[in-house]
Write a protein that binds this ligand. Structure first.
Ligand SMILES: Nc1ncnc2c1ncn2[C@@H]1O[C@H](COP(=O)(O)OP(=O)(O)OP(=O)(O)O)[C@@H](O)[C@H]1O
Ligand SMILES: [Mg+2]
Length: 688
């Protein structure tokens, strides 16, 4: 309620004028029975036609002024209501955008939509009606009673008793129906959820021929809402007949008693007609008041639901950014200290290569550091220290005891079965969620010490489900960098292997993107989403299963391009495909929320049973054991072997190149990428 007043306060003059004009109109209304009374007593009884016409003229004047007052009041009330709705909508939208993943997970999108639309509309019309009628109706009811007392005290008492009975009935009905209206809004949420899910998954619904069951479910929910509305409607519907009956009984009693008063001479005939008129006015106003109260109850229920969202404070916020200034320039000391360390997991799970390759994750980090030649490279670009995370309080941890370091310029592969926690892990880096234990550091600083904007500017994220927005290709590409030039955009499109199909469409950057990018194929969307992340040239690039819809040749070309075009970018490649991550500087193997191993492909294949198993489920033993040089050559063969493996047999392909000997992992993986690119180029085409 308090919040509502802040919007109304902006238009305070209009908010005061609207009910005042309504009261003015009510005053004119209250004069009408008096004029009619005197018309009867002084005009008709004495046959003074001139007086009757004069009074008739006066009635017309009263009606005209009343009408003008009413228009003015409604104009002001509408202005205030619309301004309130607009302000509320803007603020709610802003607030929803400040909420974190956790709050949105809890609330659900459908209820947010209902609150943004139907609830705000209810509040808007509640404000409108309240300003128009809240003063007018009681004013008329009590005004009419006062006028009745001025005509006759005994008649006034009849009014007083009638009004008390009416109030009891009206409020009784309202108190019964108010919670029912609240429940209706809740049910509307559920219908919204069903509709939304159905519309979002329209293709799946059709593909599975689920229309009938979807329609059934919708019908059930809708039926439930109808029943609830009918139930509350039945009670509300009592309002009018009951008030009519009470008022008409009162009128009958008034005429019966009034006749006696006229006979006694305590009131005139005109006075009696005026009393009956006042009683009718009370009837009309009480009905309006009852409807108004129902509307206000509904509006208040809606306002409470809206307030419920405003009350949610994002768990992830900028509250803890005192160290903000220190964030952009991590200290050299921190860098030096961290360079000397090897993460616990790397030491445990990266034993020496038996064949003498001796590539530990730490030594790979050192190579990367050398390569960049940058002092900052000593500070891990991303570091997890015994991080744990649970989606809901008290629930089982989705991630436990995660420790690793990703150095500047490194490519980190993250692999694991479905539901292993890969997406959860990378969501902790841009702080979509906060860890429940341990720490996540970016450039040597705890992510909690960053201003969210600064932190997220460092990161380019390509989510698992690519989302594009309605507009042009240019507007989509400029999401991360509003002033990105066409050249920058084209460079990003080229790296993301999206340039060719964009060129083919012939519209350049003016290419129209429909809602959710539905005029692009899954693979095209993924590549555009990658390009969008690349445009801002982030320090950390996260690709969450972003090549899942790409054919192997494009996937290989993409990885090659990312490696060569991203310079010092630290790249996280999340995938379920061994072929995607095997050339990474470090591979993190996740299993049921825990790190099962960290190291290079060769190390993990030897030492990590989970990784070993994943490899053998996707590659033949020969391919899995083959040196990295030949890896990409066999990538498509590997894919074939996966599909064949599904039917029970596995195609074992022969290694095509010898082991990498004494060269570093980076050199070897570069070679492998070259081979892959050559393959991809030979292939020349992409499957979309
Ligand atoms: N928003 C959420 N609320 C509650 N639990 C969640 C939520 N998102 C994921 N989970 C749970 O956390 C676990 C890890 O999920 P996550 O999405 O990280 O898996 P993943 O490794 O990315 O899987 P995939 O390869 O299928 O994308 C799963 O058990 C999942 O049920
Ligand atoms: Mg995932």
């Amino acid at each position: 309620m308090k919040r509502l007043l802040t919007y109304i306060r902006d238009y305070r003059v209009r908010a005061v004028l609207a009910p005042l004009f309504k009261c003015l109109e009510a005053c004119f209304d209250l004069f009408v029975p008096l004029v009619i009374s005197s018309m009867i007593d002084r005009g008709i009884r004495s046959g003074n036609l001139g007086y009757v016409f004069r009074m008739g003229g006066l009635l017309l004047v009263l009606a005209t002024i009343g009408l003008r007052c009413s228009f003015t009041a409604q104009f002001f009330a509408a202005k205030v209501a619309i301004h309130t709705g607009k302000g509320l909508r803007n603020d709610l939208f802003r607030h929803i955008n400040s909420l974190g993943y956790r709050e949105i997970d809890t609330l659900g999108t459908s209820t947010l939509i209902t609150r943004m639309t139907s609830d705000i509309n209810a509040v808007e019309s509640g404000v409108n009606m309240a300003l128009r009628l809240f003063m007018r109706s009681p004013f008329i009811v009590f005004g009419a009673m006062v006028m009745a007392f001025t005509i006759s005290v005994r008649a006034g008492l009849i009014f007083a008793v009638t009004i008390v009975i009416l109030f009891i009935v009206v409020f009784g009905i309202i108190l019964t129906t108010a919670p029912m209206y609240r429940a209706n809004q809740g049910q509307l949420d559920r219908i919204m959820k069903t509709t939304r899910e159905n519309l979002l998954g329209v293709r799946v619904v059709r593909a599975f021929n689920r229309q009938a069951s979807e329609i059934d479910e919708f019908r059930r929910e809708n039926e439930r809402l109808t029943q609830m509305q009918v139930r509350v409607g039945r009670i509300s519907a009592l309002l009018n007949p009951v008030t009519y009956v009470i008022i008409n009984l009162a009128v009958v009693y008034l005429i019966y008693r009034g006749g006696g008063f006229v006979y006694e001479g305590t009131i005139t005939q005109g006075g009696l007609v005026a009393l009956v008129n006042y009683m009718s006015q009370i009837l009309v106003e009480l009905i309006k008041l009852a409807n108004l109260i129902i509307q206000i109850t509904r509006a208040m229920a809606s306002m409470n639901r809206i307030d419920g969202i405003f009350a949610l404070q994002p768990a992830v916020s900028d509250a803890n950014v005192s160290a903000r200034d220190a964030v952009t320039a991590p200290s050299a000391a921190a860098g030096a200290a961290s360079a000397a360390n090897v993460s616990a997991h790397s030491t445990v799970t990266a034993p020496r290569d038996a064949a003498g390759l001796s590539v530990s994750s730490h030594s790979v980090a050192a190579v990367a550091a050398q390569r960049s030649g940058d002092q900052r490279s000593c500070v891990p670009a991303v570091e997890f220290r015994q991080a744990a995370f649970a989606y809901t309080e008290g629930a089982e941890d989705a991630l436990r005891d995660i420790s690793f370091r990703a150095m500047l310029g490194q490519t980190i592969g993250v692999i694991g079965g479905t539901g292993a926690g890969k997406t959860t892990l990378i969501n902790l880096i841009p702080r979509f969620y906060d860890v429940t234990a341990g720490e996540v550091l970016v450039s040597g600083q705890n992510v909690r010490d960053y201003a969210l904007e600064t932190l997220r500017e460092k990161i380019g994220l390509v989510p698992q489900r690519s989302v594009l927005f309605r507009g042009t290709l240019r507007s989509n590409m400029q999401w991360g960098k509003p002033d990105a030039t066409d050249d920058e955009i084209y460079a990003a499109l080229k790296t993301a292997q999206a340039y060719d199909f964009v060129e083919q469409k012939g519209e350049g950057l003016e290419l129209q993107v429909e809602q959710e990018g539905r005029n692009f194929s899954g693979g095209q969307k993924q590549r555009l989403a990658i390009a969008r992340a690349l445009v801002r040239r982030p320090e950390i690039l996260i690709l969450d299963d972003s090549a899942s819809a790409l054919d192997f040749a494009t996937d290989a070309a993409l990885r090659k391009a990312i490696k060569s075009d991203t310079g010092n970018m630290t790249v996280f490649l999340i995938s379920q495909r061994v072929s995607t991550v095997r050339n990474s500087d470090q591979i993190i193997v996740l299993d049921d929320g825990q790190v099962a191993g960290i190291g290079t492909h060769a190390e993990l294949y030897r030492s990590c049973p989970v990784y070993h198993e994943i490899c053998l489920s996707q590659l033949s033993q020969a391919e899995a054991e083959r040196s990295d040089e030949a890896v990409q050559n066999g990538s498509r063969t590997a894919e074939q072997s996966v599909s064949v493996a599904g039917s029970g047999s596995r195609v074992a392909t022969q290694p095509t190149a010898a082991a990498g000997g004494g060269r570093s992992a980076v050199e070897r993986s570069d070679d492998a990428e070259k081979t892959a690119l050559a393959e991809a180029q030979n292939e020349g085409k992409e499957v979309q």
